[in-house]
Design a protein around this ligand. Structure first.
Ligand code: BG6
Length: 458
């Protein structure tokens, strides 16, 4: 049997805009994720999984599952609906009820302050993360949360997946058309995010010194497509530019020499101010959260730069491609690669020696209940078990991985692909266009995970 460490945090994840719904209730302001255009016939954030109205039932399900931790996020625009940054008491009260119910059930809340959704009012007022004003706005928001939930929330995440949060214009309100200027905007926004993170680290030390804080990164496991030296260089450079440049800023408050020279040579280096150094170097994080779904390959760059792909794949140093050795599925089109989780996390540990938690990992499938009304998601059980085996291996090797949160606790609306793409341990009975009652149905993976938690292993 693969036994996990005592006090291992068996968790599960969601994020506010993907699960809550109630988008215009309780004094909440609009977020970028509410106004982003979704294709006709695709679910949006208005109802999502209707957790805003089903939270009691959801906490009861978490307790039944035996969760030790629930990785959730606050909706900034529920707490601060507009650019005055005045806290909304009703919004805070919603999270009070939720957090208190979790604590009553001995479930530790792991709260992300910023998970993709940006208050639309801040985008309209000054352009969101493109502006330095966002750094202080975020610090003000973090301070309200740290003071209000002091002693109740003991683990905070600053920003979920800085890579995606800054690259996805529909999530952050950067709709720059010129591809080169778009890249400049992204690096500038990313720099502002790093400053904001460090302000939050410092604030938490002052307000609640015993609480812990860290970033969550979308780990990028990039293999060389072949053993050709140029493919090997392409792969490590891609990891530096897609993952470590952000983690270096979170942990060390500086870019590596490689990243510095890349940004300068490509005219992408952000605008900085003299006093930033003090902010960036003045604090660090306690842990690193890791989101992992798949790995990719890189090969030597050939031909012109292709701007018609995710901005973080745009480079004159590498071409990103799928790994021909991996099994692909409908939604997991880059393939399934449990070994990649260990490869990626080992690299992070070797570089920073910080404790780590897997904050997201999961398998998307289009699912409907069978004739008995059940969802027999054995593929998800296999996926999670294979990834947990890699975590177990790391722990045995002495790498401090202190928890695991599958994505997602219940089915949620995808970040950009609607509701057909399901990851949950709990099925939400709704379609893309008809939210129905959002009834909850436990999938087979729910009972399997319940047994894993009960036995502290499998
Ligand atoms: C992660 C995000 O990138 O991947 C989640 O943190 C997201 O918010 C998850 O839902 C799965 O991606 P998608 O695009 O399938 O929703």
């Amino acid at each position: 049997m693969k036994k996990f460490t005592d006090h291992f945090l068996w968790g599960a994840s969601t994020s506010a805009f993907q699960v809550e719904g109630g988008y215009n209730e309780g004094g909440r302001g609009l977020a970028t994720t509410d106004v982003q255009k979704v294709p006709e016939g695709t679910a949006d954030t208005k109802v999502a999984a209707d957790h805003y109205h089903h939270w009691k039932e959801d906490v009861a399900l978490m307790a039944e599952l035996g969760l030790k931790a629930y990785r959730m996020s606050f909706s900034w625009s529920r707490i601060m609906p507009d650019e005055t940054l005045k806290p909304n008491e009703e919004g805070l009260a919603f999270y009070d009820r939720l957090i208190d119910a979790l604590l009553e059930n001995n479930i530790e809340p792991l709260v992300t302050l910023y998970h993709f959704e940006c208050p639309q009012a801040l985008v309209e007022a000054f352009g969101g993360w493109k502006s330095r004003k966002m750094v202080d706005a975020y610090a003000a928001y973090a301070e309200v949360c740290f003071r209000h939930f002091k002693g109740r929330v003991k683990t905070w995440v600053t920003v979920n997946e800085q890579l995606i949060a800054t690259a996805a214009g529909n999530l952050n309100g950067n709709h720059e058309k010129d591809p080169v200027q778009n890249l400049r905007n992204i690096y500038q926004m990313s720099y502002h995010v790093s400053l904001a993170e460090h302000k939050a680290f410092a604030l938490l030390r002052e307000i609640d010194p015993s609480a812990k804080i860290g970033p969550v990164c979308a780990i990028q496991v990039v293999y060389p497509l072949t053993s050709k030296a140029q493919d090997v260089s392409a792969a490590w450079q891609a990891e530096e530019l897609m993952e470590f440049y952000m983690l270096d800023m979170s942990v060390r408050g500086a870019y590596s020499p490689f990243v510095t020279s890349y940004l300068k040579n490509h005219d992408l280096y952000p605008v900085t101010e003299k006093e930033d150094e003090e902010v960036l170097k003045g604090s660090t994080c306690d842990f690193i959260g890791v989101n992992y779904y798949f790995s990719v390959c890189a090969k030597e760059k050939t031909g012109p730069i292709n701007y018609n792909q995710p901005p973080f794949w745009v480079s004159d140093l590498y071409d990103i491609c799928a790994n021909p050795y991996l099994e692909k599925t409908e939604w997991m089109d880059m393939g399934i690669d449990p070994d990649g989780l260990r490869t990626g996390m080992e690299k992070i540990y070797q570089r920073y020696q910080l404790p780590m938690i897997v904050t997201e990992n999961g398998m998307a499938v289009s699912e409907t209940p069978d004739e008995n009304g059940e969802i027999n998601d054995t593929y998800r059980i296999e996926y999670i078990q294979a990834h947990l085996s890699q975590i177990h291996k790391m722990i045995e090797e002495g790498v401090p991985v202190f928890g695991y949160c599958p994505w997602s606790f219940v089915d949620v609306v995808s970040s950009h692909q609607g509701f057909a793409k399901r990851y949950g341990l709990v099925y939400i009975d709704r379609t893309e266009t008809d939210p129905k009652e959002c009834a909850r149905i436990k999938k087979k993976s729910f009972s399997w995970y319940q047994t894993v938690i009960r036995n502290n292993g499998f």
